[in-house]
Structures are given as structure tokens and as C-alpha cells.
Design a binder for this molecule. Sequence first.
Ligand SMILES: *Cc1c(COP(=O)(O)O)cnc(C)c1O
Length: 234
Amino acid sequence: MATIAANLQAVRARIARAAAAAGRDPASVTLVAVTKTHAAARVREAHAAGQRAFGESYVQEAAAKMDALAGLALEWHLVGPLQANKTRLAAERFAWVHTLERERIARRLSAQRPGALAPLNVLVQVNVSGESSKSGVAPRDAAALARAVAALPRLRLRGLMAIPEPSADVALQRARFRSLRELCAQLAAEGLALDTLSMGMSGDMEAAIAEGATLVRIGTAIFGAPQEASAVLP
Ligand SMILES: *Cc1c(COP(=O)(O)O)cnc(C)c1O
């Protein structure tokens, strides 16, 4: 089995090739290594191979891993859905939240972000797949939520995030990612300062980078498939 270091190298090469094919600087694409269900020791291995940004889906699982890795300078991204009863822990422990879809959650995060920390970087999650997906705001509602989030003092709105429905059809993948990019450009034209498009996973990162992703969230291609939840979760 390939090591995490070798997998990371392969993923970085994929990013570089996709960026070059799109005439983009590979450094304009940030790799977030998604470690949900994978043990802290594997995060440590990725860190040793030069990886610094990590994504987690479950707030409590993430907090336990952060505690286990407290000595390392890691940047943590919450990429899973956020319930109201987990906002305090999220506000205290993460540098980024990718999955804002309700103003109420945004208000709680802003109120609960500790004063000693920089404002929490946040992305509005948009449903670009219509009926085949339930998470994220509808594209027509993104502007209103983005404006509300941008006005909150302890949040820093950075851009948009999407998880399109899985598809082997590259043209469809690109159409979904393009619609997120166009929505982001529209919001920027309305005056919001946005610099981040979080889109692309192990199966579709090339399409996402072709359409302008500035941040890709990669799990399986680095760590293998997610583990059975019962093996890792409390
Ligand atoms: C698990 C997960 C990823 C990583 O997906 P892979 O297909 O394993 O690369 C990315 N984004 C989110 C929101 C996830 O939950």
C-alpha cells in the first residue's frame, strides 16, 4: 500500500498538472487534506510530509484529534455540516468553516469566536446540484446569506463552497463547478471581497481546478477510503 507521503506527492502532482492545463499557478490552489475517520497518527504522518491544512467533518472527532496533535502548527477546516449545539466548539477550535448555510449559525459562530483568535474564515455552502442534493443554500439565496455573514464582526467571509453530486461525466462536473465560480464572481461584482472557491474532491479535482477552484478538499486519494465510523468515533 502506498504511503501517505507518496499519496500526497501524487495528489500535489495532479493539482500541478490540472493547474498547468488551465494556465493557472499551482500555488493558487490550496490542498486541504480531509482526515475524517482517520486516526491522529495519520494526520501526523501527513504533517511530516509537509501538509499543513486539514479538513474534518465532525466537530467532536476533530477536537479530539486537535488535542492529540496540539504540538503541531496545523490549520483546521470544518467541512461537514454544523449543528447549532456544536457552534461554540467549532468557533473555538477551527480556522475555517466551509459549510455555512444558515444565518442563525453564522450569528452564533460570530458571537462565540474567542477574542484572542483572528476572525473565523467562513464559506457559504451552495447547492449547485438542484434536487439531487440537500446541503447548501439555493443559488438564488446565496447573496442574501453572504451579505448577512459579511456584516458579522468575528467572521471573515472568504467565498463559496460546493459538493456537487458525484458524477463520472466530466462535462457535468465542470458545469456544476462553473456555476459556483459564476455565482462567486457575481457576488464579488456586488462588492463582496471574496477570494476562495472551495470545490473539488478526490474524484473531480481536475474539473474543479479547470473551473477556478482555489481550495480542493481531498481525503480518499491521500488516506484511502474513510474508515467505519464505529472504529474511530467515541
Ligand atoms: C470527505 C469529504 C471530502 C473528501 O472527499 P474524498 O472524495 O475522499 O476526497 C471533501 N469534502 C467534504 C465535504 C467531505 O465530507
